[in-house]
Design a protein around this ligand. Sequence first.
Ligand code: GDP
Length: 193
Amino acid sequence: MKVHQAEIVISAVKEEQYPDDRLPEIALAGRSNVGKSSFINKMIQRKNLARTSSKPGKTQTLNFYKINEAFYFVDVPGYGYAKVSKKERKAWGKMMENYFTKRENLKAAIMVVDMRHKPTEDDLLMYDFLKYYEIPVIVIATKMDKVPKSKRAKHVKQITEELELETKDIMIPFSAETGDGKDEAWSAIKSYI
Ligand code: GDP
């Protein structure tokens, strides 16, 4: 997909601020520091629209990026950052639940995981949460460039098994460094918008 327009429309702290133009939305979830901002930036070919390495766990906002006047990427704050207070964790959970359970414009979620490692306990929780609410999931296994070619298939298999991916869920190896997986990711996204 050729991205000719990408802009942040709002960093919403509450529901009333979510855009009301009814465009389809693709949410992005992932552990803090997994490479979610780099994924967004690579997809939309902007160096720095989604902030990379922003303070983990600090942002409790949903960031709505409007793409080509056609749909939104909705960047959800990263999870699994240990230094977050109980109160912040609660607020995060509430916001997540509210958005994922009620938002009619939400068409699918992209869950970004690190291809080098086994999914964490938080990754499993997030995946199960999305499945529980019957949200289609596209798993992006990022940082592929850091896994030797000969080992990639093994890592993909391990992630598929650990998450217990359903056959209809899509998993795409990706690298924000090289752009590998970008076309596949766009095809998957297009099938939902
Ligand atoms: P976020 O907290 O999930 O938004 O993570 P970032 O996008 O800020 O990425 C965290 C770190 O991982 C940064 O230093 C990125 O440069 C690095 N990174 C992200 N994606 C990739 C990738 O595909 N390959 C490599 N080698 N590094 C990556």
